[in-house]
Design a protein around this ligand. Structure first.
Ligand code: KIV
Ligand code: NA
Length: 265
């Protein structure tokens, strides 16, 4: 069981082998996902939505990300574990950014961090990289900037924004990021960036031309019923599975069917 490394992801791109990535936030699910053979597990700040019930990812704190990171790292034997740096932990200044990244690495034992943005956060990324911490970039729809965009619709459809994204992607590669997430941008643009860069790109809502794909676990397992963007493929209907199981249990309790004679001491 060879642990997946950032170098291995680069080799996968060279070989043309697609990279699989999925989020996890807790020990039990991370264990299942790792044993199923996932290449990369992301402790995403989407924990803010699916775990904490917030509308945006902004409220997530560094302590909360570390809590999720610790649980996931304990479970994972093979996958590369990436922890999202939460909003406010790196945008202020590069000194604070490196202190936040060091806390994540020290306290969780994760393999690397992910940060949203390009040129604007260049100094912070460089400082973290020079501390020896691998950084995954994240461009396109960057949910921590939702208050600037005002919408979760497709990004970089306009030429100017597309040009900036291409520039930022090259910048991230040049300064030393090992990979970049491309979220919700036109498939053609994502394919172009993926071809131009030598580091692997991981897409979400970015078409089939990226070097890998990432989804939020609760979305792809069908736990969330309310969220149905075009890019989301549901691989299970856990909403129904769980609801029916819970209702069956309630019914068995009410009807005195549970526990039966074999289920007691
Ligand atoms: O937090 C998250 O789940 C993410 C992925 C959607 C890339 O950043
Ligand atoms: Na995120």
């Amino acid at each position: 069981l060879r642990k997946v490394t950032t170098r291995r992801l680069a080799e996968m791109k060279q070989r043309g082998e697609k990279i699989s990535m999925l989020t996890a936030y807790d020990y039990s699910m991370a264990s299942l996902i790792d044993q199923a053979g996932m290449d990369v597990i992301l402790v995403g700040d989407s924990a803010s939505n699916v775990m904490a019930g917030n509308i945006t990812t902004l409220p997530m704190t560094l302590d909360q990300m570390i809590y999720h990171g610790v649980s996931v790292v304990k479970a994972v034997k093979r996958a590369l574990v990436v922890v999202d740096m939460p909003f406010g932990s790196y945008q202020g200044n590069s000194k604070e950014a490196v202190a936040s990244a060091i806390r994540i690495m020290k306290e969780t034992g994760a393999d690397c961090v992910k940060m949203e943005g390009g040129e604007e956060i260049r100094e912070s990324i460089e400082r973290i990289l020079s501390a020896g911490i691998p950084v995954m970039g994240h461009l396109g729809l960057t949910p921590q900037s939702i208050n600037k965009f005002g919408t979760y619709t497709v990004r970089a459809k306009e030429e100017a924004e597309a040009q900036k994204l291409i520039k930022d992607a090259h910048l991230l590669e040049e300064i030393g990021c090992f990979s970049i997430v491309l979220e919700k941008i036109p498939a053609k643009l994502a394919e172009r960036v993926s071809t131009e860069l030598s580091i692997p790109t991981i897409g979400i809502g970015a078409g089939n031309g990226t070097d890998g794909q990432v989804l939020v676990m609760h979305d792809m397992l069908g736990i969330n019923k309310g969220f149905s963007p075009r890019f989301l493929r549901r691989y299970a209907d856990l909403h129904t599975v769980i609801t029916e199981a819970v209702q069956a249990y309630i019914n068995d309790v009410k009807t005195r069917d549970f526990p039966n004679e074999k289920e007691q001491y």
